[in-house]
Write a protein of this length. Structure first.
Length: 150
């Protein structure tokens, strides 16, 4: 089987002007760089993060690295389903279509058992259930879903 990814880089993203993206956990790591490259490609990017201080610092770095891009910050704690519902409601209220949803945020290797606000084990609640709920709430605005009657 041919390695399709060989030689692929951010230049292959293409023009995303007029597209809307949400990237969870965009304050660091893969999420930060994903948001940055989507913004550079022209997408309007919502940087969805739980920690306001770290998110604000990341937003400043994103804007410095890509001053022509459109980034906005929104609070989202995937370990709290009330926060997930509030984030989705704010996005849905904009009326924007959603072209790209990058479910990136997550926690890993928590040293002691912790639970989410809703009583789920924290890693499962954050990495799976939070993103599952978010995706389900945003489906009505996903571009392809509109054409399938969602």
């Amino acid at each position: 089987m041919r390695n399709v990814a060989k030689g692929w880089d951010a230049k292959n993203i293409g023009d995303l002007h007029g597209k809307t993206a949400i990237v969870t956990g965009a304050n660091s790591g893969i999420g930060f760089h994903t948001a940055l490259e989507l913004g550079r490609a022209g997408a309007k990017v919502t940087v969805a993060c739980r920690d306001a201080t770290r998110a604000g610092e990341a937003l400043a770095r994103l804007r410095a690295a890509a001053p022509q891009a459109s980034f906005q910050l929104e609070s989202l704690d995937l370990a709290d389903l009330r926060s997930v519902r509030a984030f989705a409601a704010r996005f849905l209220a904009t009326g924007d279509a959603l072209d790209l949803l990058v479910n990136n945020a997550g926690v890993m290797a928590i040293p002691e058992r912790q639970v989410t606000v809703d009583g789920f084990e924290r890693q499962l609640g954050t990495n799976h259930l939070g993103h599952f709920a978010l995706t389900g709430l945003l489906i009505p605005r996903c571009v392809g879903a509109r054409h399938r009657g969602w």
